[in-house]
Design a protein around this ligand. Structure first.
Ligand SMILES: NC(=O)c1ccc[n+]([C@@H]2O[C@H](COP(=O)([O-])OP(=O)(O)OC[C@H]3O[C@@H](n4cnc5c(N)ncnc54)[C@H](OP(=O)(O)O)[C@@H]3O)[C@@H](O)[C@H]2O)c1
Length: 278
């Protein structure tokens, strides 16, 4: 079996590569330098020469705030046109596509409860808008696809909230973090395991939701990251921390537990992750 990982240099792509090393598969793990997904000809050429069976499409423009004022519309080029290039090639060469989407496809205006995969979407920012368009393209172009929505991803490689908190704790005695945005943190390892689980178990095609279990505000998440540090975490509201991109307030998604996958609690995943980066 041949697998293409797009965005292989990113947080999720790196975790997938690690897990796939133990399997009897051929993996083409490409960052943007090896395969620029916005280059339709390059994508076509790769597929014509390599005929992958599976594409773990992890490449994306993920800078949520920058996307709001992105003059060149790079987010649109990568998340929409790039996804279209990959989806069309998957169709032509009969590959199964895994498209990683986000909780930011939802408006987040619920006070309680979990979003179902079938709930109406309504992104409140540009990143969510382009990721949702990517979902639509995948659904329209392909029969053999998995759309997997996830949230608040962190991993050893890359920049993420965990590293930001640890870095701030080095030279601050107090850190203010918003407590009215609630979601689910996700160790990229959980997500990578889930993707491979879907493959190994021949799960039906469709939309899935994967994060670590339990829910947290960014404030809760920060408190857990910094619980052994000598720093005070202060709870603030979103209105007191303005950002270029509006953030949805509550994006807790119902996890795809009907697959039989065992979703670890987010605190357990975080503890394991902290041990690994020590
Ligand atoms: N991070 C989160 O909190 C979060 C939350 C929800 C959903 N997601 C989704 O999860 C997926 C993985 O996210 P992540 O955190 O692993 O992302 P990431 O660390 O930001 O990595 C993004 C990857 O995309 C690649 N990329 C960017 N432009 C490209 C292009 N034109 N052609 C090919 N590759 C390109 C980058 O390659 P180079 O570095 O080589 O340029 C990098 O490998 C994405 O679909 C993202 O939207 C992420």
């Amino acid at each position: 079996m041949r697998i293409l990982i797009t965005g292989a240099t990113g947080q999720l792509g790196t975790e997938l590569q690690k897990l796939l090393e133990k399997k009897d598969v051929t993996v083409d793990a490409y960052g943007s330098k090896q395969l620029d997904i916005t280059d339709k000809k390059a994508v076509q050429k790769y597929f014509a020469e390599n005929h992958p069976d599976i594409v773990y499409h992890c490449a994306a423009y993920t800078a949520v705030d920058k996307a709001e004022k992105e003059a060149k519309k790079l987010d649109e080029m990568i998340n929409v046109e790039g996804t279209q290039n990959v989806a069309e090639a998957c169709k032509e060469y009969d590959a199964t596509m895994y498209y990683i989407s986000t909780d930011y496809v939802f408006s987040g205006d619920r006070i309680a409860g979990e979003y179902l995969p079938t709930d109406p979407t309504g992104p409140v920012n540009e990143y969510g808008r382009t990721k949702l368009l990517g979902e639509k393209i995948v659904e329209k172009t392909l029969d053999k696809y998995y759309i997997i929505r996830t949230s608040w991803v962190y991993a050893k490689s890359g920049s993420n909230f965990v590293y930001t908190m640890l870095r701030l704790a080095e030279n601050h005695s107090e850190i203010s973090v918003v407590s009215d945005q609630v979601g689910r943190p996700t160790w990229a390892r959980t997500l990578a395991k889930f993707m491979i689980y879907l493959t190994d178990n021949n799960c039906p095609y469709g939309i899935y939701q994967c994060s670590d279990d339990g829910e947290a505000s960014w404030y809760d998440f920060a408190c857990e990251i910094l619980k052994n540090k000598n720093v005070k975490v202060i709870s603030i509201d979103t209105k007191d921390y303005p950002t270029p991109a509006q953030r949805p307030l509550r994006t807790v998604m119902k996890l795809s537990k009907d697959t039989g996958f065992d979703f670890p609690n987010w605190k357990k995943s975080l503890a394991e992750f902290m041990k690994e980066i020590k």
